[in-house]
Write a protein that binds this ligand. Structure first.
Ligand code: C2E
Ligand code: MG
Ligand code: MG
Length: 625
């Protein structure tokens, strides 16, 4: 409103100014212009400036009013501007300043009246009226100032209440917006986690299954094939354990990234769980395409992985199932690829298998064996049979304990039917411990019962040898059975020792420190270097049946066998020939200076009772009766 009045006044001023300039009335023109200019400034400034600025506006108005009032022709205009000055002072400055301006206004009017009276321009009768008008104007101005002050206070209060409310609303709105954004983020995160694996950021198994269902629909509609590949990192657990905390996760993340890069954008890579990944190979032309895909995925593991400052070489095994041959439902295809992967892993690191239903049946049979094995371990159904080791005169000088699984019907299962499965399922340590304990107890009993105190050899699986508990187990079994450690021989395969890496020597030394002897089983079939063998704290090596069987007619086999025997002797190992079946083999081995012999020529593995009898009577007699 102030702005409208100011603009209107300024516009109306134009003709008055024009007349004033025309009449040469500069005072009027300047005073009116200054007064309107200050009002315009006031109305157009959004924020009132500092105190001196506000005070200057009041001063300009006051001076303009006083100048106008000093001229009889513009007395009323001047009085009005003076009143305006006091009002504006009370609004812009304070009520006190308003009163001060009114006082100055009274003084100015009194001075003007006195001056006009002295100049004779104000008769005595009008002077009284002039004084009364001045006082009335001052009173009216005071009331106006008071009212304005109250009004502006009220306005300020309501403005500050409004500002407060506006601020509160703004804050609330801001908080709501932030909360909404947070919720949106959380929802997005939850959506992501629902369909992705939180570690590798790949799709998870559930999402893979959904996508596979869609792909199957498309492939079925177009009469196409598609593949589901399961990729498992070989020996992942062991590698992760060796390289310390966090290494496993870092390896999985890096493997996931590499696999992502290896496949086309329309092939979906997901993490099934653990160290197993799934790849959906959409749009395969022919099943043979699978080989190229497997090669491609293999390359993802070509380069070593650097984790915790060390370079780790990894390999992976692959299992592939095809739609529609191996299944038409997502879960069936995923399961089939898992079965193929499982069997590939059994073939050794870096292998691959295409799914085959008969393989699945084999796997189910294995599962059954695993279940039965757990029961057999609980009931102690594994026991050792003993196969004699003889010297060149045919005398029993030792025995190898060979595990047999006693079935409820009284039959026995051979190691070929369960050792591998026990190793795969992790039962081998329990099984091995059971055989070791029974064999040590028997050997201790033979001597106690007056039989020849011969040593007993017990086979240790590579898994058992690798276990941290092996030294403790052997020590406690020796203690519990009171078998002197010198009468226990532990047979470990060459590969079992080599797989243990640098720890092998230390572990072998610890076992030897208990007092037992160590034999390398199936010597020469592994991949140890002669230099490494020299460092192993070993007492004896066994010449495997595969070396003995072609003897003596095969000249190459004879050359290998005699080289192995000589090498073992150079390294100060004694030699036991295994699988000796014929007299010719025995004669040849005897001539080659083998130390001991084991094989069907002398005796097959036998139950404990039969072996005790052989030990008591000698082999020939025991076999004859
Ligand atoms: P191994 O330790 O090399 O045992 C020798 C195997 O050759 C035994 O088979 C034995 O019966 C067989 N054998 C001995 N002489 C002859 C022969 O003249 N001709 C033929 N054809 N075979 C002969 P078995 O008892 O079936 O054991 C097979 C393998 O199972 C063992 O090979 C050993 O690696 C493993 N094994 C047996 N018992 C245990 C055990 O308690 N723990 C572990 N970890 N492995 C065991
Ligand atoms: Mg053996
Ligand atoms: Mg052997």
């Amino acid at each position: 409103m102030l702005r409208t009045c100011a603009i209107l006044g300024a516009v109306l001023l134009v003709p008055a100014l024009f007349l004033a300039i025309k009449d040469g009335d500069a005072t009027y023109a300047i005073a009116m212009s200054a007064a309107y200019a200050s009002i315009l400034v006031l109305s157009f400034l959004p924020v009132l400036p500092s105190f001196p600025a506000r005070a200057s506006i009041v001063a300009v108005l006051f001076i303009a009013g006083a100048c106008l009032a000093a001229r009889p022709s513009s007395l009323f205009a001047g009085a009005a501007w003076l009143c305006a000055a006091s009002s504006i002072a009370s609004i812009l400055l304070s009520f006190g300043w308003g009163l001060a301006v009114i006082a100055a206004q009274v003084v100015a009017m009194a001075a003007i009246g006195a001056a006009r009276r002295a100049a004779g321009g104000l008769p005595a009768g009008e002077a009284l009226g002039f004084a009364l008008s001045t006082i009335t104007a001052a009173t009216a101005c005071t009331l106006a100032c008071f009212a304005e002050t109250q009004l502006s206070k009220g306005m300020r209060r309501s403005m500050s209440a409004r500002d407060k409310l506006a601020k509160e609303l703004f804050d609330r709105q801001d908080a709501l917006l932030r909360e909404a954004a947070g919720r949106h983020d959380a929802e997005r995160r939850a959506d992501f986690l629902e369909s992705h694996d939180s570690l590798t950021r790949l799709r998870n198994r559930e999402n893979f299954e959904l996508e596979l269902a869609k792909a199957i629909e498309v492939a079925a509609g177009r009469g196409r094939i598609l593949g589901v590949m399961a990729i498992g990192i070989d020996r992942f657990k062991r590698v992760a354990e060796i390289h310390g905390p966090g290494a496993g996760d870092a390896l999985l993340i890096e493997a996931a990234n590499r696999l992502m890069r290896s496949f086309r954008d329309d092939d979906l890579v997901a993490r099934e769980g653990g160290d197993v990944f799934l790849v959906l190979l959409s749009d395969m032309k022919v099943p043979e395409d699978a080989k190229a895909v497997i090669e491609k995925s293999r390359r993802a593991f070509d380069r070593s992985f650097s984790v915790n400052g060390s370079e780790i070489g990894l390999s992976a095994s692959f299992g592939l199932a095809l739609f529609p041959n191996d299944g038409i439902r997502p879960d069936a295809l995923i399961r089939a690829s898992g079965v193929a992967l499982h069997l590939a892993k059994e073939d050794g690191p870096g292998s691959y298998r295409l799914y085959d239903a008969s393989l699945h049946e084999r796997l189910l049979a294995k599962g059954l064996i695993e279940q039965q094995m757990r029961g057999a371990l609980r009931s102690g159904a594994f026991l050792p049979w003993y196969q004699p080791k003889v010297d060149s005169l045919g005398r029993i000088v030792g025995a190898e304990a060979l595990a047999r699984w006693l079935l409820p019907e009284g039959d026995f299962r051979q190691p070929a039917d369960f050792i591998q499965e026990a190793e795969r399922s992790g039962s081998i340590c329990d099984l091995g411990r059971m055989v070791l304990a029974k064999a040590c107890a028997s050997a201790a009993a033979w001597a106690r019962n007056g039989l020849e105190p011969i040593p007993v050899s017990v086979n240790l699986s590579p898994f058992q040898f690798r276990s941290d508990d092996i030294v403790r187990d052997v020590r406690s079994i020796l203690g519990a059975t009171s078998l002197p450690a010198s009468r226990l021989d532990l047979e470990i395969t060459e590969s079992g020792i080599m797989d243990e890496g640098a720890d092998a020597i230390e572990k072998l030394a610890e076992l030897k420190a208990l007092g037992c002897s160590i034999t390398i089983d199936d010597f020469g079939t592994g991949y140890s270097s002669f230099a490494a063998l020299r460092d192993f704290p070993v007492d004896c090596v066994k010449l495997p049946q595969s070396f003995v069987e072609p003897l003596p007619s095969d000249p190459r086999a004879s050359a290998i066998a005699s080289a192995v025997i000589d090498l073992a002797h150079v390294l100060r190992f004694s030699v036991v020939a295994e699988g000796v079946e014929t007299r010719d083999q025995f004669a040849w081995l005897d001539a080659a200076r083998c130390d001991q012999y084991q094989g069907f020529l002398f005796a097959k593995p036998m139950p404990e009772r039969a072996f005790e009898s052989a030990l008591a009577k000698g082999l020939d007699e025991a076999i004859e009766c």
